[in-house]
Structure formats: C-alpha cells, structure tokens
Design a protein around this ligand. Sequence first.
Ligand code: HEC
Length: 206
Amino acid sequence: MTRVPPAFRYVYLGLFLSGTALALGAGLQVARTSGHGSAPSNVQEAMDQLIDPAADALWASVGTEETVHGSHLHAPRTAAQWLKVAGYAQLLVDGAKRLQTPGLPVGANAHSRLADANTPGIRTAIQIRADIDADPARFRAAAIRLEDASVQALTAARSHNVSGLLDAGAALDAACESCHAAYWYPRTPPLRLPSPEEFATRAYRP
Ligand code: HEC
C-alpha cells in the first residue's frame, strides 16, 4: 500500500497552493450554513460541513505563489479580509469543540461510507469508533490540539499578523494529519531496509 489517501493530498495542497476564489466561496458558504443550521451530528458531518471548508478557506487566504517572476506572498490586507479569516478560524474553533463531545458518532448510524473507503487498509467507521472508545481522552486531546491551532489562527487574524497566520496554518495542518494518522489512515508498518545489492537488482525505479 503506497497510495496516500486523497484527503492528505487535499490538505497538503490547500496549505501550499492557495488563493482560489473557489475556496473562499466554500468558506463563505460554511459561514452561512453554520449561522442558521444546527451543530454537526457526527464526525463526518463536522469534517465535511465545517472543519474542511473552513480550513481550506483559511489556507487559501495566505501563502506563497511561485510565478515566472519569482515568489509572491499573498495575504489578507484590508480589515474586511482579516475579519473573514477570523470568521474561518472561529468556525474551526467551533468544529474542534464539537469533536470533543463525548460519544459523538463517527458517521450517521456509525456505519456510513467514509471518504477514501476504497483505499486498501483505510479504517472503517466501526474500527474508528472502537479506537475512540478504547481511549476517549486520546481522541479528545487530538481535538484540543485542533482547537489550540484554531485559536492561534484567530489570534493572528485579530492582530493582522501574516507570519502568525502562516504558522497557525502549519499548526492546523499538523493537527489534522496527526489525528487522521491515528484514527483514519491505513496502518502500514515500515518496510524492511533492503541491502544495496538487493535494491540494485530488484527494486523498482521509475
Ligand atoms: C480529533 C481528530 C481529527 C481532527 C483534529 C481532524 N480530523 Fe478530519 N477526520 C477524523 C476522522 C476520525 C475521520 C474519518 C471519519 C470521517 O470520514 O468522518 C476524518 C475525516 C476527514 C475527512 C473526510 C470526511 C468524509 O466524508 O468521510 C476530511 C475531508 C477531513 N477529515 C478533513 C479534516 C481537516 C481539514 C482537518 C483539520 C483542519 C481535520 N480533518 C482534523 C478526525 C479528525
């Protein structure tokens, strides 16, 4: 199993390529939905409706773009743009708090089809449920890590601090990925290190 689950690539791309109107549109949609709707009723809903779109919009708001003319840092400039970013960070705080609800179901009825279900070895909703129940404090700690990174982003946005927002974006990415690695992604043990001779004769090279 060598394939990286698509969600990882998505999160990774969200951090480094940014500035799309699409992501901003998605963020605005979240802001609207959460204003009138109810809190997500399971982990999957919290990811899809709140955490993922808010994080994408936040990552898209700041970053470096490589162009033929060199690299260009884009970041919020006006008070209104910073306010929008603070809104995304606040949605992330809300989502992180929601994940801390004891016994929050993983998917609807705890058996919904999760993203990347076809990736070999990816954890199912039932396995994730069992892992959370085996040590609820560990899952809560992972959610608190997301909350801390979201508060860091909120503070940076309120003080119009570009480098603080970049740092918070990286902390957010780490918070997402560490929880996903522990609960969702396939658990592949490290491969044996082949000898140089074995590698020369048998290893695949592109
Ligand atoms: C406390 C743990 C935790 C944190 C933190 C977390 N996730 Fe998740 N996430 C999960 C679990 C468990 C799943 C698998 C179950 C599911 O699909 O909902 C998941 C699934 C997802 C999915 C797929 C949802 C689907 O339709 O199945 C996306 C997208 C996602 N996460 C995005 C993010 C992003 C972006 C962040 C960070 C900003 C993040 N997650 C932070 C636990 C977490």
